[in-house]
Structure formats: structure tokens, C-alpha cells
Design a protein around this ligand. Structure first.
Ligand SMILES: NC(=O)c1ccc[n+]([C@@H]2O[C@H](COP(=O)([O-])OP(=O)(O)OC[C@H]3O[C@@H](n4cnc5c(N)ncnc54)[C@H](OP(=O)(O)O)[C@@H]3O)[C@@H](O)[C@H]2O)c1
Length: 339
């Protein structure tokens, strides 16, 4: 690359917070080395985890480039790269070092946008393992929704949950992970129950195929309601954490599965352990998934023709406004950045 060339990037300056996001010029990272790819990034998508990083509640290094999700086009490949060629459309991996097999990671030190620089930038040069091919026919924005939210929902239901047609899936709320879970579950022949704080969002969930909807503000004992309606859910997409887990335990079927995913109501709290034991249910924590699982998910997307729900897109310099929208909980599905 020519000497002195620069790229645009977003930096998060200490101590974090939406007013500390800065659009800057950074040196262009240049040509890829052996085993590396050069990616021209065109989109990212917002996750609750990114929100924690940019607001400083999940502290990261000064001048960190935020955003775990990135999608774009391969511009060049280094020596020895066999999986990609220039022109391929690609999407980033949440764990660039967890390639295959059982989990090998239990923190965020290797995660782009948290422990290492993320994808709120125009160009990345990185290991070929940090990306996979994107689904055919996806826009960059659609592809960028897969890295975190999409793969988490896939792993919860299909990899860990071994979802079968006819299973009942309970999805909490209508954010990024939950709407992917709704779409995957419907595509695979499950019955889907969705909760939300908003009747309008529940109507949108029904238009996507939700069979039963419950307003969790109007029905605070929604877990009991689910159990009474259908004998319990086979899978619960538990994105709330301690504030919702007691209801999720009430909602799960005997011998069912709760995918413990989120921290929307906090990071610790009381759990009715005896009730969970009596239900003989499986409570499984998970953090996103491996690169192999992302490749399998991409193949499934092409087969079932899943189209992610992108509520709204913002230009990269408007990143703080995008997070303000997420903070207000006005969104349904995903919010994206395009650049
Ligand atoms: N473990 C992992 O691998 C993993 C991966 C991705 C995300 N997560 C976690 O999962 C959670 C969701 O992430 P996201 O990116 O999908 O968030 P998001 O898009 O910001 O979703 C937020 C939505 O959650 C719903 N919600 C909030 N409080 C709720 C409550 N008490 N009960 C039920 N629903 C509630 C709201 O839906 P309504 O407006 O419809 O009420 C809200 O719009 C976060 O805690 C995130 O950190 C974990």
C-alpha cells in the first residue's frame, strides 16, 4: 500500500461512554502477510456486549476500536491462504482463536471490539481464521448480524439444544439474539413463544411466525403461563439473567433446556435451584460459538433462506446515535452500521 495512506476508524477514548467515541484517521494496515487476509469492511451490527464496551461498563483499552461484528470484501490474501480469494464476501468470527470442537475460551480477551481492536474501521488485516465466507446473496449489513447474535441463537438451539421439529421454543424479548432464535426455530419446524414489553413488537413477532406471544409487563408470571399453556418449553432462550431466570425455570418443560445467554437484568442473583433440580432441566451457559459452527450456520442460512431482521442502519460516524437507539430498547431485531 502507498506510504502515508490512512483509513477511517472509530476509537473509544478512556474512560468510555457514548460521548467518547471518536472518528479518526489511522494508518492503513497495508498488505496481508503470510496466512493473513486484507478485508475492506462495509458493515457492522450492534450487540448488547458492544454497548457494554462503549459505555465503559465492560472496560477495554484506551483508543480501542469497538464492534465485534464485521462484514466486507476480501481485497488481498497473503501467502498460504487457501480459504479465500480477492472478491469473496466475508463475515468476522467472535472468537478468532476458537476454530472447532468444544469451547476453549471463557473470557473476552481475544474478542474483536473488546480484548483486541474490532471492526468499526474501513480496513482490517488479520488471520484468515478471523473470518468465514458470508451467506450468498446477503448484503454486508445482513452478514454483519451473524457474528454475535445469529451464531449465539444457532448454537443455543441447534448445536447445544439439538432442536427438533415440533419442539416448543420460548424466546425472551425481541432483541438481536431473540429474533434470530425466533426465525431459526420457525424455519426448523418448532412452535415459538415470544415475550416482550411491547404489544407492537409482539405483533411484529407474530408476523414473523411466532405462535404465542406474551407481554411480560402485563403478565409478570409468564413462566407459569407458558407451563400451563403447553406443558413447558423444550428450549428457553434466556437473555435476561438473574431477573428472568426464575420465570424461565417455571416455563421450562421437565427434562427441557435453558440456554443461559444474557445479562440484561444483571450478572448475579438468586436462583431457585431446587425448582430447577425438580424440573430435571439442563441449564447451559454459552458464549457465541466456534468458527466451525459459524461455517455450518452459514450453510444452514443458505438452505433455509433465513433473512435477518435489520431494524435500522446508521452511517459509521453516527455510531453514538445507533447505540442511543439500542439503549432506548426501541429496536426490533438488529441495528447495523454501514460504511
Ligand atoms: N452469551 C452469548 O454468547 C451472548 C451473545 C449475544 C448476546 N448476549 C447477551 O444476550 C442479551 C441480549 O443481547 P442482544 O444483543 O440480543 O440485545 P438487544 O438487541 O439490545 O436486545 C434487548 C431486548 O431485550 C429485551 N429485554 C430487556 N429486558 C428484558 C427482560 N427483563 N425480559 C425480557 N426481555 C428483555 C427487550 O425486548 P422488548 O423490547 O421486546 O421487551 C430489548 O429490546 C444481552 O445480555 C447480551 O449481553 C450473550
Amino acid at each position: 500500500m502507498p506510504e502515508g495512506k490512512t483509513m477511517k476508524a472509530i476509537e473509544l477514548h478512556a474512560p468510555g461512554g457514548l460521548d467518547h467515541l471518536r472518528l479518526v484517521d489511522r494508518p492503513d494496515p497495508g498488505a496481508p502477510g503470510a496466512g493473513q487476509i486484507r478485508v475492506r469492511l462495509h458493515a457492522s451490527s450492534l450487540n448488547y456486549h458492544d454497548y457494554g464496551v462503549v459505555t465503559g461498563s465492560a472496560p477495554s483499552a484506551d483508543r480501542r476500536i469497538p464492534m465485534s461484528d464485521g462484514a466486507g470484501i476480501i481485497e488481498a490474501v497473503g501467502d498460504g491462504v487457501t480459504q479465500f480469494k480477492p472478491g469473496d464476501r466475508v463475515v468476522s468470527c467472535f472468537f478468532p482463536t476458537w476454530l472447532d470442537g468444544p469451547p476453549t475460551v471463557s473470557d473476552f480477551s481475544s474478542v474483536p471490539g473488546d480484548g483486541v481492536d474490532g471492526y468499526a474501521r474501513e480496513v482490517a488485516v488479520c488471520s484468515e481464521h478471523a473470518f468465514t465466507l458470508a451467506p450468498r446473496d446477503y448484503t454486508h449489513e445482513q452478514a454483519a448480524t451473524l457474528t454475535t447474535a445469529g451464531l449465539t441463537a444457532w448454537r443455543a438451539l441447534v448445536v447445544n439444544g439439538k432442536l427438533k421439529a415440533g419442539d416448543v421454543v420460548l424466546v425472551l424479548g425481541t432483541g438481536g439474539v431473540s429474533i434470530f432464535a425466533l426465525q431459526i426455530a420457525r424455519a426448523m419446524g418448532a412452535t415459538v413463544i415470544v415475550t416482550s414489553s411491547s404489544d407492537q413488537k409482539l405483533e411484529r413477532a407474530r408476523s414473523l411466525g411466532a405462535d404465542i406471544t406474551i407481554n411480560y409487563r402485563q403478565t409478570p408470571d409468564w413462566g407459569k403461563r407458558v407451563y400451563e399453556m403447553c406443558g413447558g418449553a423444550d428450549h428457553v432462550i434466556e437473555v435476561g439473567g438473574p431477573g428472568t431466570l426464575p420465570q424461565s425455570i417455571a416455563a421450562v418443560r421437565v427434562n427441557g433446556h435453558i440456554a443461559l445467554i444474557g445479562v440484561l437484568t444483571g450478572k448475579a442473583g438468586d436462583v431457585p435451584t431446587a425448582f430447577l433440580m425438580a424440573k430435571q432441566a439442563r441449564l447451559q451457559g454459552l458464549i457465541v460459538g466456534s468458527r466451525r459452527e459459524q461455517m455450518e450456520f452459514v450453510r444452514a442460512i443458505e438452505a433455509i433462506k433465513l433473512v435477518p431482521v435489520v431494524d435500522r442502519s446508521f452511517d459509521l460516524p453516527q455510531i453514538a446515535d445507533a447505540f442511543r437507539m439500542q439503549e432506548s430498547n426501541a429496536h426490533f431485531g438488529k441495528i447495523c452500521l454501514s460504511f
